[in-house]
Ligand binder design. Structure first.
Ligand code: HPA
Ligand code: ZN
Length: 335
């Protein structure tokens, strides 16, 4: 593919399955919310914020990401955050999204669970009616906090279960293995929720296996560390367990030294159900189109491979068979 690719990739109907709403907070919106809410932020300018976004690892990023979320206080803030992301999706022809939100990041600061979820779901509803973008919402537990805090969060989510499709697990992976959350995930499944978990981003391949076995996840978020464990790779291929891979995130957080080292296309060619996603686009330098473009530039992604990656996302999404067929049709008629 060459340069006309940017517009071909932008117009390609896409599906996003790994996106933290708090990670879509652009510096411009951070500044305007800080002003509106009279919250102090440790930056003098938008330029200074952008310059601070240099990370050596996941924890470096998380420290700045939680700090950024401090400007989110009232329902309208969560609406504005979500709406800005959906407008970006519209621009890039992302037709279906399954975003994460981190309620504990807000409830720990005294913001009510309902303030967070009402703002988000109002924007997602408008996304469906005004932008024709469908969505399913995923509640993520912060794995650096104890399981008791996750249980309390699930309790707070009870009145809103009809607006939540799944629970997930994010934040600091090292030292916080999936089995730390076995009971709360089991309770979530009893309540009819699906499950996903970040695993094998910085953590070992073993965490991917325990997320599957103990948490009974339907997808693995990241999962790139499966590549060097042949038995696990075989298992992922046989079961078609989806991996929501985030190329720009992985290079920004130094999971790979550079994009040329990224193994996503090797896994695709082996038959793993890998997908492309943006993770925290405001922090990692791009949304869906930029993530695909990065694969074109460093790994010579072909149009046929791009189509297969989107097909994988459609198959891995949490919508009905009928909704999947409709998305497949859109994809197949795209030139
Ligand atoms: N990994 C873990 N936690 C996160 C991430 C991630 O990539 N993004 C936001 N929270
Ligand atoms: Zn993530």
């Amino acid at each position: 593919m060459n340069n006309t690719n940017m517009s071909w990739l932008n117009g390609l109907p896409k599906v996003e399955l790994h996106l933290h709403l708090e990670g879509s907070l652009e510096p411009e919106l951070m500044f305007s919310l800080a002003k509106r809410n009279r919250v102090g932020i440790p930056f003098d300018s938008i330029q200074a914020v952008k310059e601070a976004y240099q990370f050596n690892n996941l924890q470096d990023f998380l420290d700045i990401y939680y700090q950024g979320a401090n400007v989110l206080l009232v329902e309208q803030d969560f609406y504005d955050l979500t709406w800005a992301y959906l407008l970006k999706c519209k621009e890039q022809n992302v037709i279906h999204v399954e975003p994460f939100f981190d309620p504990q990041t807000h409830t720990e600061r005294g913001v009510a669970f309902k303030t967070v979820i009402n703002g988000i779901t109002r924007a997602l509803d408008d996304g469906a009616s005004k932008l024709a973008i469908s969505s399913e919402l995923i509640l993520c537990f912060l794995r650096h906090l104890p399981q008791s805090s996750a249980f309390s969060t699930l309790e707070q989510a009870m009145p809103f279960l009809d607006q939540i499709k799944a629970v997930g697990l994010d934040s600091s992976e090292l030292g916080n293995p999936p089995e730390k959350f076995s009971e709360v995930f089991s309770r979530a499944r009893e309540l009819g929720l699906l499950t996903v978990a970040h695993a094998g981003e910085e953590g070992p391949a073993e965490f991917i296996a325990t997320a599957i076995d103990d948490l009974q996840v339907s997808r693995i978020d990241h999962g790139v560390n499966a590549f060097h464990d042949e038995a696990l790779l075989q298992r992922l291929i046989t079961t078609q367990m989806p991996l929501t891979v985030c190329p720009l995130s992985n290079t920004k957080l130094k999971v790979f030294d550079n994009m040329a080292e990224h193994t996503i296309l090797k896994m695709l060619e082996r038959g793993v159900c890998v997908t492309v996603n943006s993770d925290d686009p405001a922090y990692f330098g791009g949304y869906m189109t930029e993530n695909f473009m990065a694969l074109v530039e460093a790994l010579d992604l072909s149009q046929q491979q791009a189509l297969r990656l989107v097909e994988n996302s459609i198959n891995a999404s949490f919508v009905s068979a009928q909704a999947k067929s409709k998305m497949m049709e859109k994809l197949q008629t795209y030139q």
